[in-house]
Each structure stands twice: as structure tokens, then as C-alpha cells.
Design a binder for this molecule. Structure first.
Ligand SMILES: Cc1cc2nc3c(=O)[nH]c(=O)nc-3n(C[C@H](O)[C@H](O)[C@H](O)COP(=O)(O)OP(=O)(O)OC[C@H]3O[C@@H](n4cnc5c(N)ncnc54)[C@H](O)[C@@H]3O)c2cc1C
Length: 524
């Protein structure tokens, strides 16, 4: 027999296996020994009052053999002898596209410019030691894409609930903790992601697919407006009637390649700003309304948004208990982003704070680049950050938060999680006015929502420039193919139609489904 119900528990009751079982038994009016399985369906924190509560939806089974705790129907089939589909980019969009192809009887040939996740770790360690950057293997490029050494937050604004659950189940199937299936804000953590993406690669290979690292796409092979394959920098040629292009929005060279090949692109709105870091203790005290966080509660997160002068200014990829990381892809630019390990236990809380930029906001001197204007402006701001770091490699230019708002250079800087180091710099002075003026006003407004947020103990680092793509590769909304080139399926964040791990993964799966429909069409 089984029954579903809702419990409201204290953080301690929710954290202790024993207390939790007791509460479930009490609510179900059962002797605890009769319970054969408790399946958590939903879990969220209500921190509106000084005594936070945990809301948990459970399904309890008793007096019978229970089902599997969490069932996943992966449905992968062997595709070694099936029609090939090239997938370029092993980020969330490409990986999930490749795995979906396995369920559709199509053979994925997945190629990526970077290295496998394990080898990639060594290049990332070099970068964090403020040594050189490998332009092909860094926080953005390589197995798992920008998702591997990311924060691994899996929540999305996507309303397609069924699709989201399928993505979470695939992560779980490949080794993620079961809690991602029911937490309101699922999070994997950068310590667990590399192994999970490696397991995904094993699934692809064991089901007849191919995975090639160190293969940088440099040319699409097109005949009569139809995809025939692609060429990589080392001269290799891959042939197929369909190609899923999932190279992410950091692959600026891919946008250049498409432009050179005369393939239509469109400019779109994007966002740039800074990453702000507070002590986690301060954020906990604001969000949990108490001086000290209850030890059974997780590090607190926040989400902020304001309109300033007709444009949105908002927090992006907030990482409680996390670290700021160098997320650029080329030597003479500084890009920052954030990540956290599964326990979220560093003493720092960081978040991107970015300003919406519409194509018409891009300064006049960049408009000569036409559709690439936003991309050139983004590159310029990343280079500005590099020029303002005192020539210290990947050290980030930084300023105390209140000094930034008041327009003062910081005489010194607080401790910061960013490993390559930070250098005091007047960001208020050199950041483009359309960004700095809005950021200043937004920080004042944020402080009204979170009292104590605007403090000189917090520090901002430049620049957070890769939160979204300044370009879109236009595609037909029904077939998801490029508007002109048949068999070309732009997918994921680089296509301009998704943002974040989960929505990119969903987009990748959808592209695979549309490839299967396309193959049916050309074979009939
Ligand atoms: C530090 C950090 C933290 C983040 N934290 C989160 C988070 O917590 N939650 C969240 O939802 N999102 C987060 N993101 C964003 C998230 O990682 C991206 O939105 C997501 O990875 C986009 O997926 P994608 O597959 O479209 O592209 P990408 O992940 O960018 O993958 C693109 C892939 O294409 C490959 N590639 C590029 N060019 C070529 C080429 N020419 N030839 C062959 N291969 C190529 C790259 O090597 C890469 O593997 C974070 C990003 C970073 C950098």
C-alpha cells in the first residue's frame, strides 16, 4: 500500500534520517517497522520567517515489496550500424542531443575542440595558478562544455516540466545524487560533474556512437544548401546528412566561420556586468533573518532584479558557498564566472550582476561590424578588463562595492575566492557608461531589498560578459533547422535559443528529435 502527503519539518527533522522516518510514520499513522520505502517527491525551504521550515512531499510504501526508489527509463539502443549524425560540441546541448539520438536509432558522431574532462582539469589548474590559458581547453571548452566546471545548478525558467524531469533523470542515471530529482533548486556541484559527463561519454560509445576530442570545427561542408558534413582544423572530414551545431556562445570563431561561409546570423540582446562577492555569513544573515545560520540549512542564495533606465539589471548564476573562476577562452581578456562544489561550503557567496544590452545600445564605433557588432563590443569589454589588471596575467580588476558606487578607487581589497588574484582598479571609470551607471543605481536598489548588501566588505570583479549570446543562428521554429541550410540544426546556447545547463540540454534533445523527423522526410 502507499500514500502521498505533505510534511512541514524543522531543518533538523529534515536533515536527520531517523527523525525524518519518525515524522513520516507519525503522519501516516503507521508503526515505523511497517514502512518499506519513503520516496521524496518535492523538497523546498520556506525562509520567510526567522524560523525556516522545510516543505517535503513524500510517497510512503508499507506492508509490501516497494518499487525502485527512483525509476529511470533510459531507452538507449545500439546505433553502430545506423545513419550517422554529426554533433559538434560536447556541452550540455551536444551531449544530450547525442544521447537522445541513441534512443532514436541514429548514430551520434560527437566532436569537440577540447579534451576529456579529466585531462581538462590540468589545464584549468594551470589557469587558476595564473599561468597560461589553453585556448582549446579551459572553463568553457572541452568535455561537458561550460557545464562541467560550472556551478551545476539545474533549475531553469523553462516551463516544460516533463522535459526538465527527463534531463534530471538522465543526470541521475549517469551518477548524480538522487536529491536533484526532488529539490526545488537542484544542484550537482563542480566536484561531481566531471565524472557524470564521463559516464555520459561511456553511454554514447557503448551504444555504437563515436566521441572525438581535439577536433575543432573550421568548415561546414554544404552542397546545394544541404549539409554534407564538416571539416576540422587538423584536416579531418566527417560526413553525414545532418549536423547539430552545439558549440556554445563562447566559440566566437564559430560565429566568424558562419559569417565567412555566408550563413545567416542575427544580432540579439545580451548582458554584461561584474561578479560580486560577499561573505556567505552576511548573505545567510540577510536571507535567514538571523545572526548565524542554522547548521541544518544550506548556504543561502539570492536572486535580484531591477529596472534601471529602461534596461534590466539582474543577478545571474548566484553561487552560495562558491568560488569565482577565470572563465575566458583567450589570452588577452579577462572573463569571470562562478561555481561551487556540491557541499557549497566555502565562506564566500558570489553572483554575476549583469546589465541587459540591446543591439541598439552597442556603441556607434562597433556598428561598422554589422551583425557582429555586439560580439565585437563584448570582446572589447573583456580586453578592457585585461588592460586594467596591472599586467598580472589572469588576475581580475576589482573594487570594493561601495567604492564602486561612490566612484572611488579602493585603497585595499578584501579577501576573495578568485584564485589567480585580484588587483585594485577603478571599474567605475573604465567600464562602459551604459553598464557602470546602471550597475551603480541597481546596487543601491538591491540594498533596499537586502539590507546590508551594499557594503564595502563586498568586492566586484570584472568582467561578467558571457551570461548570454549576442548572436542568434536563426532557425525554423517548427523544424529547428537553419532557415536556409537543410540538415543544419543550430542548438543550445550558441544558437541563441537557450541559456544555462538544463535549457541547453532540453534544446539538444529537441534538436535530436527534429533530426529524426528530417531523416524520415528525406528517406520517404
Ligand atoms: C563557471 C561557469 C558556471 C556556470 N554555472 C552554471 C549553473 O550553475 N547553472 C547553469 O544552468 N548554467 C551554468 N553555466 C552556464 C552553462 O554552463 C551553459 O549555459 C551551458 O553549458 C551551455 O551549454 P551548450 O551545450 O549550449 O554550450 P557549451 O557548454 O558552451 O558547450 C559548447 C561545446 O562546444 C565545443 N566547441 C566550441 N567550439 C567548437 C568548435 N569550433 N569545434 C568543436 N567543438 C567546439 C566546446 O569545447 C564546448 O564543449 C555556467 C557557466 C560557467 C562558465
Amino acid at each position: 500500500m502507499h500514500q502521498e502527503f505533505q510534511l512541514i519539518l524543522t531543518p533538523e527533522e529534515a536533515a536527520s534520517e531517523e527523525l525524518f522516518r519518525k515524522k513520516v510514520a507519525e503522519k501516516a499513522e503507521l508503526n515505523i517497522t511497517r514502512i518499506s520505502l519513503i520516496r521524496i517527491l518535492r523538497k523546498s525551504i520556506d525562509a520567510r520567517s526567522a524560523l525556516p521550515k522545510i516543505n517535503i512531499g513524500v510517497e510512503v510504501f508499507w506492508d509490501e515489496k516497494p518499487p525502485e526508489k527512483y525509476e529511470v527509463h533510459a531507452g538507449y539502443t545500439f546505433t553502430g550500424n545506423k545513419p550517422p549524425v554529426i554533433v559538434v560540441g560536447a556541452g550540455p546541448a551536444g551531449l544530450f542531443a547525442a544521447m537522445k539520438l541513441l534512443t532514436l536509432g541514429l548514430k551520434p558522431i560527437l566532436i569537440d575542440r577540447g579534451k576529456d574532462a579529466r585531462t581538462r582539469k590540468q589545464d584549468i589548474a594551470q589557469l587558476n595558478r595564473n599561468k597560461e590559458i589553453n585556448p582549446e581547453s579551459n572553463y568553457c571548452f572541452g568535455e561537458g562544455g561550460a557545464g562541467t566546471f560550472s556551478d551545476g545548478k539545474l533549475y531553469t525558467r523553462s516551463k516544460k516540466k516533463g522535459n526538465v524531469q527527463q534531463i534530471l533523470e538522465t543526470f541521475y542515471f549517469h551518477g548524480a545524487n538522487e536529491n536533484i530529482l526532488y529539490e526545488a533548486h537542484p544542484h550537482i556541484g563542480s566536484d561531481n560533474l566531471p565524472l557524470i559527463v564521463e559516464n555520459m561519454r561511456k553511454t554514447i560509445i557503448s551504444h555504437g556512437g563515436e566521441v572525438h576530442f581535439g577536433k575543432k570545427l573550421t568548415e561546414l561542408l554544404i552542397e546545394d544548401d544541404r549539409i554534407k558534413g564538416c571539416r576540422t582544423e587538423d584536416g579531418s572530414v566527417f560526413e553525414a546528412d545532418a549536423l547539430i551545431l552545439a558549440t556554445g556562445h563562447s566559440a566566437h570563431d564559430v560565429f566568424g566561420m558562419l559569417h565567412r561561409q555566408g550563413i545567416e546570423l542575427e544580432s540579439k540582446g545580451f548582458a554584461m556586468g561584474v561578479r560580486v562577492e560577499h561573505s556567505q555569513e552576511l548573505i545567510d544573515s540577510i536571507q535567514y533573518h538571523s545572526r548565524k545560520r542554522n547548521k541544518f540549512l544550506p548556504s543561502a542564495a539570492y536572486s535580484l532584479v531591477e529596472q534601471v533606465n529602461g534596461r534590466g539589471v539582474y543577478s545571474f548564476c548566484m553561487c552560495p558557498g562558491g568560488h569565482i573562476v577565470p572563465a575566458g577562452t583567450s589570452p588577452e581578456s579577462i572573463v569571470v564566472n562562478g561555481m561551487s562544489a556540491s557541499k557549497r561550503n566555502s565562506p564566500y557567496a558570489n553572483s554575476g550582476i549583469v546589465v541587459e544590452i540591446q543591439p541598439e545600445d552597442v556603441p556607434a564605433e562597433f556598428q561598422q561590424y554589422g551583425v557582429l557588432a555586439g560580439l565585437k563590443f563584448q570582446q572589447y569589454v573583456e580586453t578592457l578588463a585585461y588592460r586594467n589588471n596591472g599586467g598580472k596575467g589572469f588576475a581580475a580588476p576589482a573594487q570594493r562595492l561601495n567604492d564602486f558606487v561612490k566612484g572611488r578607487l579602493s585603497a585595499d581589497l578584501p579577501d576573495c575566492s578568485y584564485l589567480p588574484g585580484i588587483i585594485s582598479s577603478p571599474l567605475h571609470f573604465w567600464l562602459p557608461e551604459i553598464i557602470s551607471s546602471r550597475l551603480k543605481e541597481a546596487f543601491v536598489k538591491f540594498d533596499r531589498k537586502m539590507r546590508g548588501y551594499l557594503t564595502n566588505d563586498a568586492v566586484i570583479l570584472g568582467v561578467e560578459s558571457r551570461s548570454s549570446s549576442p548572436l542568434r543562428i536563426p532557425r525554423d521554429p517548427e523544424s529547428l533547422q537553419h532557415i536556409r541550410i537543410k540538415g543544419l540544426f543550430p542548438s543550445g546556447e550558441g544558437s541563441g535559443y537557450s541559456g544555462g545547463i538544463t535549457s541547453s540540454a532540453i534544446d539538444g534533445e529537441n534538436s535530436a528529435l527534429k533530426v529524426a523527423e528530417y531523416f524520415k522526410g528525406i528517406n520517404n
